[in-house]
Each structure stands twice: as structure tokens, then as C-alpha cells.
Design a protein around this ligand. Sequence first.
Ligand code: PMP
Length: 413
Amino acid sequence: EGLPQTISADLGVPTVHRTVTDYANFDHGATTPALLQVADAVTKVQRRYGSVHRGAGYASRVTTGWFEAARAEVADFVGARADDQVVFTRNTTDALRLLAHCVPQDAQVFAWESAHHAAVLPWPGSRTTRLPVPTSTPHAAQLLREALQHSPSTTNLVVITGACNVTGEIWPVAELVAVAQEFGARTVLDAAQYAPHVALDIAALGVDWVAFSGHKLYAPYGAGVLAGRTDWLDAADPYLPAGGATARVHRDHTQWHRGPARHEGGTPNAVGAVAIAAACATLRSNRTTIAAHEAQLYARLHAGLAAIPGVRILAALGDRPNVGVVTFTVDGYEPSLVSQVLADEHAIAVRDGRFCAHLLCDAIAGDDATAIRASLGLATTGEHVDRLVSAVRRLVEHGPALSYVHTGDGWSA
Ligand code: PMP
């Protein structure tokens, strides 16, 4: 309330909050502020909603229309094929878990250890091959090819990260899909970090499924998406066996719906679906502006931090474009202290830790090491970038301005 206008308003893609002057949000990789268009769409739904697919009343029919229109918008956003499905889930974690639930019994799953835990952990352990953290694009492709050559199954699924949540590196999706397709393997793209920054086209990429979260796409919490091929989804038991998923329940058997309803048991999150759709529409029509804004800020941030002695920037593949994330360490300072100093002394929000990707951090930061992540987005300004760079420089040159003691749950000044 009453906060100054944001830079994102100048871009024509305004978000509901984040100030230019007093608070620098470098935590877009975790969660993004809502777009104004999203907030407006949510308000519209909140004022009129009725039950979805469950009522004959006016509000119910209108809400059902909104919900299905949201599905169609998301299908366009991901570049879905005509016979693909869009299933609304809670978030990326839930979307990947839903796909894991639908993977055929005899399938083998391939996932790099560098992925977010949500993409590494949901698959059945005995039928999952973990690929080690690759060190370059050709190495990633080579690891996949060798693993697929030795697959014990003819039904295979490869889990590909669109953009890394730790390093921001955009993965070589097209190259990896090509390798998967050589072996007739299916692919799923974890687009949690990719979709907010890069245009998606799963049909053109040849990706079979894509998963992402609303709350990283400038929409609120509680809604996500799994979109893609129908066959595995329709062949599986319902993810949430409940009302909405049932066509008819008999004493001795149940007929389940096919299509998205099969896995959307229970009353759906229509507000979340409409919010995601509003975000998809806004991002889709502003991709070029957003990409230019982010590329320019990323270059400034990366160059600024890289020039500070004792700052080490982390990368895995090393030769990739980036969605606007710089994760780094500062010699002589624990990452948790660096982020505390940035918050207390400079009103800068970053994240420190291992970012739900422990195996990747072990590989690129060192065993058990943590790091500091600065992830930019629509609410980031050039002033924010300069403030972060000079704050880190100041810390390196002069130490913290306040004196900090380590307490049980962090640092206090
Ligand atoms: N995959 C990636 C690459 C992510 O960055 C995240 C969120 N940090 C997830 C999956 C999980 O998303 P959510 O917490 O919204 O389920």
C-alpha cells in the first residue's frame, strides 16, 4: 500500500509491489510478486465465483468458463499440441509427482543429480537412474546417451531442467531432447525457472511434458501446471481419487474420467488457475521487453560481482545463457552472514543455502558448502543491481558495519 511505483510499471509489465527506493528483491527465483494483471484477474474471480463444474447457477457457469479458459490460455503459453492435456496442480513439485504417479510400471527414469529435488526425488527409486552433475553441454548429452544405451527398459523418461535454480544456467533442452528421441525416450521439462524468462514451445522442442509453478510466474501460491501427452495420464489411476475424477461409481467398480479431470479430484483451485492464465498472457505478450530488461541487468550484476576480489560465482555447465541468477560465495564470510548483512544494512533480499539442490551444491560449491543466490526479475532495477554490487564490495573491503553474533537460528546484529 502506498509504495512508490516500480520499474516494472515503466516496462509496461507492472507488479503489485516492490519499491524502487527502499527494498531490492533479488529472490525472484524463489517466488515472484504478482503482476497487476494477475491481481486484477484474482479480484474479478473473488467477487463472483461459484463452484467449478458442479453447479447450474450463474456464478458456477461463469467460474467454470473462467477455469476452462485458463486451461486454454496455459495450453497456448506452453505451445501444446492439439491432443495434449493441461492439468492444474498445486505447484511444480506436485506436477512432477503427478507425472511420477503416471509413469508406466516398466519405465526407467533418468534424472541428473544437478536438478532441483522436486525433479530428482519423486520417481520410483528402483527404476530411476541418477546421472552425475555434468560439467558442460556435451558432457550432459554424453551422460544421457551412455545411460540410455544401457537402459534396462524400452520405455524411458528423461527429466530435463529448463533453467537451473542454483546457477540460472539455461540447459541445452533441444540437444538433450534430441538424444532422448534417438532412443525413443519421453522427456519432461522442469520449467519452474525457465517459464518466467524464456518462451516455451513444447511442440517445437519435442518435449512430452512440462511442469511449472504459478508463484514463480508472477501469480500467487497454490497453483501449478503439468501439461503434455495424454496417453500416460489417461492410462494411470487417478492421482486424487475423488469427486470430479469420477464418471460413475458403482458398488463393485468405478469409472474414471479421462482428460484433466481424471487427475484433478476435489474442487479445483479456480482462482489459482485464472491467476496463472493471466500471468501467462501477460508474459507472452511482453517477452521481448522482459528479456531485454533481464539480460541487461544480468550482465551488469554478473560483471559487477565478478570484479570483486574473493567473490566466486558458481556454474555447472559454464557455457550457457542465463535466466538472471548469480549465485556466489565471498571468501572469509559464511553465506548466511552475507545475506544477513545485505538484508540488515542494505535492504537487499537474497537467499542463502543449498537451494533444494544439495547434490549440485556439493559438486560446484564444495561438499556441504552453501552459497548466496541473487535472482532478478521484473521488480529489479539498475539501482538494485548497483546497490548489491557495492554492498558486497563494501563487505569485502571493510567488513560488516554492524557487529553480528551467531545465534541458534542465524545471525543477529
Ligand atoms: N524445480 C525448480 C527448478 C525450482 O526452482 C523449484 C522451486 N525452487 C521447483 C522445481 C519446485 O517448485 P515448487 O516449490 O513451486 O513446487
